[in-house]
Design a protein around this ligand. Structure first.
Ligand code: RUB
Length: 321
């Protein structure tokens, strides 16, 4: 279980962060765990894998890519009639998920880059590998682009974004989150990633994304969301809400100051919800779709049958920490 708890800790501490990376790290941890387990007793193997899955899913609540990836890998045990077969299937599925995730980002980059025109100024918020892949692809295709990247308080993911853009030689402006409206009139296109896409086409992403999208909507600037299909949330079909992670107060206000302000409560949600009407298109590896088509992605592409929606997710230890 060492590898699993190590990965879980890294996800919790945000050493591994971003919905896609979290998903691949969880798949890799399950793969390594399956390989390390003795493949002799099927029931034991299953319960050990379920335990590992539970630990991983409990790390962060919002990015749906995490339970989706875990579900895809763990489902490899279904129908296996020996521990050896279950082990083989889990390893195969984990490898397939990781490869298809990386391939999805390449596909998204190609489609997303076509939404970017020569001479465009793009605004991005947070650090999304899918959104950045689109920008980088447009740049390598020879399009002259400029980027505005936000700081992303309180965890400053914007620093990671500007490092990547800088290293690619892309002209970049770094702004505080509250400056978004001031620059929106200079922006041609907003590109962001997603932690979850719900059945009604709403996008859950880093806190502040909905303000960015609202501001873009008001200024008639198109908003593109870059999201692999495993960011779509199957269980929103049966009414499950996406849990918005509330992070520690200390990220916003140091304890020594907070102590002097007994009437002040710090609120620190990590994510917010952007409604479908502020989003022009969601670029997935299955093609660009209007947000209103999220249902189709969940049913047809992600392939979740209705019985799976109803089946209680066995890996449900989110609140057991
Ligand atoms: C990261 C974040 C990213 C999405 C998409 O939040 O909100 O925009 O996860 O990223 P955090 P990607 O830093 O809290 O994990 O496209 O890389 O999956």
């Amino acid at each position: 279980m060492m590898l699993v708890t190590e990965t879980a800790e890294k996800i919790k501490r945000m050493e591994i962060r971003g919905a896609g990376r979290i998903a691949r790290a969880a798949a890799q941890a399950l793969r390594d765990h399956a390989q390390a387990l003795p493949a002799q007793d099927l029931a034991l193997f299953r319960s050990e894998m379920q335990k590992a899955a539970g630990i991983l899913v409990a790390t962060r609540p919002t990015a749906v890519s995490l339970p989706n990836a875990v579900h895809i890998v763990i489902a490899g045990m279904e129908g296996a009639d020996s521990a050896g077969m279950a082990q083989e299937n889990v390893i195969k599925r984990a490898d397939e998920f990781i490869a298809s995730s990386l391939h999805a980002i390449e596909e998204i980059a190609g489609i997303g880059a076509r939404h970017i025109s020569d001479g465009d100024t793009i605004l991005t918020h947070c650090n999304s590998e899918a959104a950045l892949a689109c920008i980088l692809k447009a740049h390598t295709a020879g399009k002259e682009i400029e980027v505005f990247a936000t700081e992303v308080r309180p965890r400053n993911q914007g620093l990671v974004t500007i490092r990547t853009l800088n290293d690619a030689g892309i002209k970049t402006n770094f702004i505080v989150d509250s400056a978004v409206r001031s620059f929106m009139n200079d922006i041609d296109l907003v590109i962001v990633g997603a932690d979850a896409v719900t059945v009604n086409g709403a996008v859950v992403n880093k806190i502040g994304t909905s303000q960015v999208a609202h501001s873009a909507h008001e200024a008639r600037v198109n908003v593109v969301v870059a999201a692999e299909t495993y960011k779509f949330a199957p269980r929103t079909i049966i009414g499950e809400m996406i849990e918005i992670e509330e992070r520690p107060a200390q990220e916003v206000l140091p304890d020594e100051i907070a102590r002097t302000l007994p009437h002040v409560t710090v609120r620190n949600p990590g994510f917010d919800v952007t409604p479908a009407e502020y989003i022009d298109v969601i670029v997935t590896e299955a093609g660009a779709i209007p947000p209103q088509m999220a249902y189709v992605i969940i049913r047809e592409y992600l392939g979740w049958g209705i019985e799976e929606f109803h089946k209680t997710f066995e890996i449900n230890t989110r609140h057991d920490e």
